[in-house]
Design a binder for this molecule. Structure first.
Ligand SMILES: O=C(NC/C=C/[C@H]1O[C@@H](Sc2ccncc2)[C@H](O)[C@@H]1O)c1cc([N+](=O)[O-])cc(O)c1O
Ligand SMILES: [Mg+2]
Length: 208
């Protein structure tokens, strides 16, 4: 049967990127998405370099592109936990992350965010996160944010970074973080990855 897009993306990484070189993995995926097939990666434009986060949570790994983008910037000892629901995507992402040589910084967990967010303390020993990147199902951004609040995983200063707040759009989440007294929120205008369509990231700082 025909290969899947994530499989073709992984092949492009193994063919064009250098093992252990995260930047070459990012460039190989950007090239694949620009010139071969669009894929819902955050893209090579929507980068917001946060303060050096020690503990990062990513919701929605897909092929691991944004995982590599974020993990390559982490200081030694820092770590990124990324949750992926789809086993096929998780299998591809593990290989992309390994090709980038970042497996020591990244913990990919297969399962649903709503099941794993409540287990961060007892399973991973994580008290609070410094940065959360939301890029999974758009109707899960708001419920998962409220779940993280309820589980005490956000501290004064935790940064929530949400992809696609314009396209495909997450109106309920935007309304919440922009109107809640618990967040200071701002929008980083950009474009939908590899296209001219408007999109952007919403950066929301939890005020405790
Ligand atoms: O739909 C989009 N993203 C949904 C991503 C979903 C990813 O997260 C998990 S779901 C999950 C993971 C963890 N826990 C629960 C569920 C899916 O298996 C997929 O890997 C999207 C669409 C466009 N676009 O232009 O159409 C552009 C983008 O940048 C996008 O991110
Ligand atoms: Mg996205």
């Amino acid at each position: 049967t025909r290969s899947t897009r994530p499989q073709r993306l992984l092949k492009a990484v193994q063919k064009n990127a250098t093992r252990g070189d995260p930047q070459s993995v990012i460039s190989a995926i950007d090239h694949f998405c620009r010139h071969s097939e669009w894929a819902m990666n955050i893209g090579d434009e929507k980068v917001v370099n946060e303060l050096n986060p020690e503990k990062v949570l990513e919701l929605g790994t897909y092929c691991g592109y944004s995982t590599v983008r974020i993990a390559r910037l982490l200081p030694p000892g820092a770590r990124l936990i990324t949750l992926e629901f789809n086993g096929d995507y998780a299998a591809i992402a593990r290989q992309v992350i390994a090709w980038a040589g970042l497996e020591d910084k990244v913990q990919l967990v297969e399962g649903a965010s709503e099941d794993w967010i409540p287990r961060m303390k007892e399973h991973f020993g994580i008290e609070t996160f410094d940065l959360v990147f939301l890029d999974h199902w758009k109707d899960r951004y708001l419920p998962d944010t409220k779940l993280m609040e309820d589980c005490g995983l956000l501290r004064k200063g935790t940064v929530l970074l949400a992809d696609n707040v314009i396209c495909p759009g997450v109106p309920d989440y935007l309304q919440y973080v922009r109107n809640s007294l618990s967040y200071k929120s701002c929008y980083f205008k950009s474009h939908l990855e590899y296209t001219k369509a408007e999109d952007g990231l919403e950066k929301s700082v939890f005020l405790g």
